[in-house]
Design a protein around this ligand. Sequence first.
Ligand code: ADE
Length: 490
Amino acid sequence: MATTTKKAPAKKAAKPAAKVVAKAAAKPAAKNGVHKNGTHTNGAAKVAAKPAGKAAIPAKKGKGSFSEVPGKYCVRDIGLAEEGRKLIQWAESRMPVLMHIRDTYKKSQPLKGLRLAGSLHVTKETAVLVETFAALGAEVSWSGCNPLSTNDPVAAALAKGGISIFAWYGNHEDFYWCIERTIDLKPNLTLDDGCDLINTVHEKYADYARKEVIGGTEETTTGVQRLRARAAAGKLYYPVYAVNDAITKWDFDNVYGTGQSTLDGILRATSVMLAGKTFVVAGHGHCGQGVAKRAKGMGSNIIITEVKATSAIKGILEGYRVMSMDDAAKEGDIFCTATGVKDIIRKRHFLSMKDGAIVCNTGHYDAEINLEELASISKSKRTIRPNCEEYTLKNGNKIFVLAEGRLVNLAAAEGHPSEVMDMSFSNQLMCHLKLAEAYKAGKKLPNQVLDIDESQDEFIAETKLRTMGMSMDKLTKEQLSYINDYNAGT
Ligand code: ADE
């Protein structure tokens, strides 16, 4: 595998706060075909009812040319690999925490013998994560988690480097075909962004999920919500870490990552002036807060729509206006949904929008803007520029929809910057190291949605700060006893 080993700017080697991987036992018993030390004795022979197995690989529906080695990779054009490699190297140099953890563990190979399948946007940052898993010994298979978020050069570079990857930009028809191909490789760890892989494994291969999968992780707010619903229904068959809920993920990635990359996507798709515009943000959770903050910084006047009173008040105290979508629809120039809920913008809203309104989404699924209803009240539609479609309504007004209502930050731009994905993906990696450690130690984790330890957040935050060259204060002994003194007063 062609992992690049460019040195991270991390100054001083530090061990992750939690000792995440135990040394493998000397002569462990084999379990499900995988020894405790991670070696396979029986290959695929003992794997429970699979996933495809030796059955013929079903045909793809997608048209156009592909670079494909069946069972190994399917990408748009392997000839783009060199371009993709440079992008990956660029990201590596801005992801010092992840590269530091890679350096720390590459010798001990804590993931050796494990097979990890991932379904997550194929970006340059994801490539750094994927190659880190491989550098630590895992066999990795990968697909995208959104039809419009794969960077084809990056996918080509991963394939050329030996990763089993099934992903290309514009993959609408074969989205689940790609996920299935990663399951063909019989993963015992899964990594999700939006639960499509977990759902497929659980719904189609429940027996396999119960018996063969050690655990998984989930990257997004929407995905974690789905997982909690699955666990509450008693239908979660292996433990899954809620990576989204780590402080070093959602306080930074969801807010600052989404804020910057969403505006980046809107600007690349439209080049519209933001100053002076009325910018409606649907949902004032972490992602919506990031979008509103950055749009305000560019001179837009912000309106928030919300269903949760506390989130609405946060908006008011930031100086925004808060109102229902029915009212906001009449005022907005630009609309961005960030709710995780369907039908946020629908027929009656489109009908009351101004001529020329721009509509986009930065929530995980493309369900937030009801495009079927928009089509039903439109007389024509044409592509104006990449990721920008003009709908002409029967009433003569024009509405511009960005990136087909899919994640505008990934479809029209490059997703969150590497610097912030550094922390999110360090969380991903550390959770998989924990799953591997528990498994190799013979410890069964509960089939629940698992929280992230505070020590993991602390380690990632401290390492990040150090790589940024920042120093921090330390409490003195006197300060410590002062804050712990229940009797201290005026
Ligand atoms: N989600 C948001 N931004 C991303 C990125 N750059 N890479 C992978 N997943 C993302």
